[in-house]
Design a protein around this ligand. Sequence first.
Ligand SMILES: Cc1ncc(COP(=O)(O)O)c(C=O)c1O
Length: 435
Amino acid sequence: MDFKKDPRFEGIKPFEKKVWLSSPTVHGDEQHWVDEAIRTNWISTVGENIDAIEQQVAGYIGCKYAVAVSCGTAALHLATKLAGERLYGQAKPNAGTLAGRKVFAADMTFDASINPIAYEDGEAVFIDTERDTWNMDPQALEKAFEIYPDVKLIVVAHLYGTPGRMAQIKRIADAHGALIVEDAAESLGAKYRLNGEWVETGTLGQYNVISFNGNKVITGSSGGMFLTDSRADAEKVRKWSTQSREAAPWYQHEEIGYNYRMSNIVAGIVRGQLPYLDAHIDQKRRIWERYEKGLADLPVRMNPWDRQDSMPNFWLSCCIIDEDAMAPTVRGEQDYLWQTEPGKSSPHEILEAISAFNAEGRPIWKPMHMQPIYRTNPFVTAEGNGRGRTNAYIKGVGVDVGADIFRRGLCLPSDNKMTEEQQAQIIEIIHRCFM
Ligand SMILES: Cc1ncc(COP(=O)(O)O)c(C=O)c1O
């Protein structure tokens, strides 16, 4: 469909410069710290930039230790491995610490949150999502413990920078003696009120992770961190991330190692970005609020958050179309078809319209239980087992909240550098989709 020729979009001109979903926003300080690393010849995986950002991030987050690694995925791998080793002991070099074990996992997240369960030979059991924060549903988690009472590890994420229901999840975890890996990759700077006290995401599990990927609220071009209050865990992650060398004059190894440490050059970029974290969050919040206001007269709602006990970092602004305003859409594994109807629209119509005028949105992250790679893994909803619930002889199917949000939702252009005028035009394009 050619949106530029569609009379509904008359008068709208494409943006000259692309408006991105969420791209790096550089300020200049980054150059200074990168130059300093090069000038002083510290361009490997040791150096002042690494030391500085480990201290600064630990200070900002309010944890004792931060260990800088090459990416959030690496941090998640080592976090998951640490949990596996604490629960089940050291594994042989050719086996994962979670071999033969099940792990409860966030379903609406990016697959990097939960792939480390598979790296460690465990099996993810996906827990359905609740509608109020689009994160792990505590009720479904309770159900999962009824079905699999032996599980001892839970991997949670804070989708799009919105904290999940962590007080309930922690209570359930404690009741079952389970540990938590917290993936705060998307939520750096988001706050949560736990037992009456405001804390940062990244302090809410036993093993916590953030990311400095290029699309995140601040970036090192890549990079991630493991966050903890445990000195022993911080030292272990530092050792594993630098090939697990033992105290010997030659290369000696008692544990499997990884080359996961952050470079001092990447750390220089993070060092230059850190002073702007709060400013970026403020810009993201204002983008979210402008969408909320601008779309208020349409049959859509913004991605929700717990306004009493959380303050997201608003990394991505998203919306979900009301059921009765959804135009027909069919999705295959790699393609889709949509139709337009007056007064209705669909995620793909909106995404294509935005794209035709040179702006970038994205479908909601496809839930993990729907991914081909994980389609045979267990999935638990608030009603119990989420697999095999349709019945040829009984009308209606059970709830699958994640699938529903994926079907009706979309991520909107959320770049810090988007101007108010550009955002107003995007809001106008969305209105025209419903004409
Ligand atoms: C929820 C989530 N977890 C983990 C990651 C992985 O982080 P990285 O790209 O730094 O490896 C990302 C995004 O990149 C993410 O969005």
